[in-house]
Ligand binder design. Structure first.
Ligand SMILES: C[S@@+](CC[C@H](N)C(=O)[O-])C[C@H]1O[C@@H](n2cnc3c(N)ncnc32)[C@H](O)[C@@H]1O
Length: 314
């Protein structure tokens, strides 16, 4: 256990308790001494969501990476399935989470490692204050945990600090919100149970993630949307209509100035996000139309995004 029991950590203990209460509500705390669901030994490569999606993005992020002997840190690991996968691929793997729980937290890793015949370094810690020396890690990995902080840049800076120069940050399965959507509305639609249990939930814009990384010493090498948004139809279903300026006759309405202001702000945000997304999104095999749709989904939609970022410097 590597944490300092200070004021910051108290809020993380509440976060951890929230995750346990959330899992209990869903009937996922099967732990009775030793028994936990054997599915933990095969995730994420199973035919059920969200794992099937996680497996695809994980495999895509790792494709072409030589992990043999590399030090890899899984941040906000939950059950440390990703750290185990890294260890199976020859890495020296560590996993960290605020939640030590033996079924739904990083504590589950002892059984997972034993079953897989690999060694994992498991510890409790805060992603905003990672208890690891500077420049000691080759790869950081974070899956669906970056949107559980109120301080994206603090987390990005911590990833940059622990990475060696030239090291890689892999970011997987992070949900975004459309620039036209209200964050509170999105959270109430998609994360009401988590909020009820006191879990920190955010829905950053694509540009918030990109900005946090690029201002913390990273260059973005790749960005792709969740594998559940590969076809044009799936992408279109995820794209919400952009806010438009009022039509001329609507100017008689008292709501017109507010709508106009909202449209102007949205347009302004859009320019920044589109610029970032245009640079980061690779030209897909689907051709121009697919690429434009992906760009729009990353701005106006609510898919998950995946990023590969490299720490700059020698
Ligand atoms: C949605 S789960 C994702 C777990 C795992 N990465 C996965 O993909 O299955 C989010 C995890 O982030 C952890 N978490 C939340 N805030 C954290 C923090 N400040 N530091 C470390 N872990 C945190 C939670 O305990 C939880 O296990």
């Amino acid at each position: 256990m590597l944490f300092v029991d200070d004021h910051d950590w108290r809020s993380k203990q509440r976060e951890s308790a929230g995750w346990e209460a959330f899992a209990a509500e869903r009937g996922e705390l099967h732990y009775e001494g030793v028994g936990a669901p054997p599915v933990d030994f095969v995730i994420p490569h199973i035919d059920a969501e969200p794992w099937a999606t996680y497996a695809k993005s994980f495999d895509q992020l790792c494709a072409g990476l030589d992990l043999e002997g590399k030090v890899v840190l899984d941040i906000g690991s939950g059950r440390p399935w990703a750290a185990k996968q890294f260890a199976l691929r020859g890495a020296v793997a560590a996993a960290m989470d605020v939640n030590p729980h033996p079924v739904v937290g990083v504590g589950r890793g002892w059984e997972m490692a034993r079953e897989a015949g690999v060694q994992l370094d498991l510890f409790v810690g805060d992603s905003e204050k990672i208890p690891i020396a500077d420049a000691s890690v080759d790869v950081t990995f974070i899956s669906a945990a970056m949107h559980h902080t109120n301080f994206l840049r603090r987390l990005a800076r911590e990833m940059a600090r622990v990475l060696k120069p030239g090291g890689v940050a892999l970011i997987a399965n992070e949900p975004i919100r459309s620039v036209t959507a209200d964050e509170g509305d999105v959270l109430l639609t998609f994360a009401e149970p988590e909020l009820r249990h006191g879990i920190t939930e955010r829905r950053p814009l694509t540009s918030d993630y990109l900005h946090a990384m690029t201002t913390s010493g990273f260059v973005i090498e790749n960005m792709f949307l969740g594998p559940d948004t590969r076809t044009d139809e799936e992408l279109l279903a995820r794209i919400s209509a952009p806010v438009v300026a009022p039509a001329p006759r609507e100017w008689l309405s008292t709501k017109a100035p507010r709508r106009f202001a909202r449209a102007a702000i949205t347009r302004w945000q859009h320019i920044g996000v589109e610029f970032d997304a245009r640079r980061a999104l690779p030209k897909g095999k689907g051709g121009v139309r697919r690429t434009r749709l992906q760009r729009h989904a990353a701005i106006y939609g609510n898919p998950d995004i995946n990023l590969v970022a490299r720490k700059t410097g020698q």
